[in-house]
Design a binder for this molecule. Structure first.
Ligand code: GDP
Ligand code: ZN
Length: 347
């Protein structure tokens, strides 16, 4: 049903009522594939909107225009929800951004006069995949990935795959620590199907990426969830490796099921890691530190060597797990909490 105000607000003779909403699932540099209720629409972006997004209104707008190289930046990104005007034959024009992707983040862009720019969009969730064995799980890697997720304000889900191969008691104990901290832990097996329903429920309605060391079973899990999904996600990641500094090549693969949801390809994740302007301080990325953070003697306590540190007191008292604190300590003192190199072998 079209209202009269819709018809009147139109500038171009077309009514807003003719516009539809969709999600950008693929694209770069002016051509975007948008999934809508009516199927995929290949869109360009309205020039006026492109300008608005690239040069946000500001007093030094014309200075920015000089310093930004037009055509090198995508004003919209995979994962953005947009309003578009279909122009027939499966084509259309993006007229407005309705919502930025949940996992979108901005970083300071040196080319942009100090403004911020959305560089990677699309993710709300990281699924951190480990194997019960073969390869052996590394809690230290888990902590680094959790920091990355927390720093970007992404939901983190831990998935322990290959539980058909026996979970060692020591591993059970480690997992209990993460469960207490509040992370969902899914015990899964791509081989016998355990945990897949739970995983599916966690993925529903979200834009997720699977990360974890090579061989843990990411491809197998995705294939078990949905035929060929693993190959598709993996294949795209491999072929777009060199495009990973930008959103170019980032793609989202739709999940079957009423709630929808998407899996992002690996290029998107690598771009995420590279763009990781940390939004949260490191100590805020360790959830279980939260209750103690205000209680250190020094307000700028790094919880490494300062006197009367409430975090270290909590570790001594057994309220914070010592191995988790040890991960914190390493990250706090080596400074490469989420460097791009970490991502080479885990996506
Ligand atoms: P990826 O590198 O993380 O994508 O891992 P793959 O999906 O390629 O799996 C690596 C190996 O682990 C393959 O030989 C799989 O058959 C095997 N694998 C994957 N999932 C499971 C599982 O749940 N149980 C067992 N026993 N093996 C698995
Ligand atoms: Zn402290």
């Amino acid at each position: 049903m079209r209202s009269t105000s819709d018809a009147q607000t139109s500038h171009s003779g077309e009514t807003d009522g003719a516009q539809i909403e969709g999600l950008i699932v693929d694209g770069s540099r002016g051509q975007y594939r948008v999934e809508t209720a009516e199927g995929i629409v290949v869109c360009t972006i309205r020039g006026r909107l492109r300008k608005q997004l690239i040069y946000p209104v500001s007093t030094n707008a014309h200075r920015r225009v000089k310093s930004v190289k037009v055509g090198e930046k995508d004003p919209v990104a995979v994962g953005d929800r947009v309003r578009l005007l279909p122009t027939g034959g499966g084509a259309g024009v993006i007229e407005a951004v309705v919502a930025r992707a949940g996992g979108a983040f901005t970083r300071d862009d040196p080319d942009d006069g100090g403004g911020t720019l959305t560089t990677v969009a699309g993710l709300d969730q990281l699924v951190l995949v480990f194997a019960a064995r073969d390869p052996e799980p590394h809690p230290r890697l888990l902590d680094r990935l959790l920091v990355l997720a927390e720093a970007q304000e992404l939901v983190a889900v831990v998935c322990l795959n290959k539980v058909d191969l026996d979970v060692a008691p020591a591993l059970e104990a480690r997992l209990a620590v993460y469960r207490r901290v509040g992370y969902p832990i899914i015990l899964a097996s791509a081989t016998d199907g355990r945990g897949l329903d739970e995983l599916r429920a966690r993925l529903a309605g979200r834009v997720s990426a699977f990360v974890g060391a090579s061989g843990v079973g990411k491809t197998s899990l995705l294939n078990a969830l949905q035929p060929e999904l693993g190959q598709r996600v993996g294949a795209v990641g491999a072929s777009t490796h060199k495009g990973r500094h930008t959103t170019t090549g980032t793609r989202l693969f739709p999940l079957a099921g009423p709630a929808g949801g998407y899996i992002a390809d690996t290029a998107g994740i690598q771009a995420l890691a590279l763009g990781a302007g940390t939004r949260r301080q490191l100590d805020r990325c360790f959830r279980e530190f939260q209750p103690f953070l205000g209680a250190c003697r020094l307000t700028d306590c790094t919880h490494v060597h300062e006197p009367d540190c409430a975090v270290r007191a909590a570790v001594r008292a057994g309220e914070i797990d010592a191995a988790r604190y040890d991960s914190y300590h390493r990250l706090a003192t080596d400074g490469s909490a989420a460097s791009a190199e970490d991502w080479g072998d885990i996506v």
